[in-house]
Design a protein around this ligand. Structure first.
Ligand code: 3SL
Length: 232
């Protein structure tokens, strides 16, 4: 039986061997939720990059560009990191280059895996079905915040473990803890996260709707997958 494991921060990835495994990269607030939303609204492909200048250069190649640092849209880019910006038809059939504080980093640092998919509550069921079919070992890579643990990505990991618990083995405490945390939170994930650091950070920036939006389960059926140099 294939196994599922949870890595709470990209800084811990050196402890994991990703070879031959599937990674689910997750940044619930908000990068991977936003990418899933962009694909659901017709984006052709997404180039997640780690650096602002590298991202900016994609505009020369005909891409839309998006950048966020510390929750704020960076100057000179087409979009920030709010899922609502990607819903008005602007990304239909477009290529987008995006850089965010933590989420794009989690994706790019997972490239050694056999397959990298982008997960969020918005496409939870689709991710789970795909992994059940794939039947290879899975590592959920939580983006965290600047190397530190965060609650929202861990809750997603627990939700995914709950979906897969009958078909995947799990042995380590990180996986078990994420499952228990999600089971404690799932009746009202929003309230559970009220005190969490990134929810407070976003609320201090006046960002409220994005939080509720990103916590919705199974709104979309898209599955962004890493292919060569981009998500498709
Ligand atoms: O860290 C990230 O990648 C972002 O998702 C953070 S924010 O929600 O845009 O502030």
């Amino acid at each position: 039986m294939a196994s599922i494991d949870v890595c709470y921060s990209p800084e811990l990835l050196h402890l994991y061997d990703l070879e031959g495994k599937a990674v689910v990269a997750v940044d619930i607030l908000r990068a991977t939720s936003t990418m899933v939303t962009a694909f659901a609204h017709g984006a052709r492909d997404i180039f997640p990059v780690m650096d602002l200048e590298e991202c900016r250069a994609f505009s020369q190649k005909g891409c839309l560009t998006a950048a966020e640092r510390n929750g704020i849209k960076a100057d000179g880019f087409d979009f920030g990191n709010s899922p609502f910006s990607y819903m008005n038809g602007a990304v239909e059939s477009q290529s987008i280059a995006i850089t965010t504080t933590n989420g794009t980093r989690a994706i790019r640092l997972s490239e050694a895996a056999e397959e990298v998919v982008v997960g969020s509550f918005l496409n939870l069921r689709t991710v789970a079905s795909h992994l059940k079919e794939l039947q290879i070992d899975v590592v959920v890579v939580c983006a965290g915040w600047k190397g530190q643990f965060n609650l929202e990505d861990t809750l997603f990991a627990g939700a995914l473990v709950e979906c897969l618990e009958k078909s995947f083995a799990f042995e380590n405490d990180a996986t078990l803890a994420s499952l228990h945390l999600y089971q404690a939170a799932k009746s009202d994930v929003f309230s559970f996260l009220k005190q969490s650091s990134h929810v407070r950070r976003l609320e201090n920036l006046g960002i409220h709707e994005d939080i509720q939006f990103c916590l919705q389960h199974n709104l979309y059926e898209v599955l962004p997958v890493w292919r060569h140099d981009r998500l498709v």
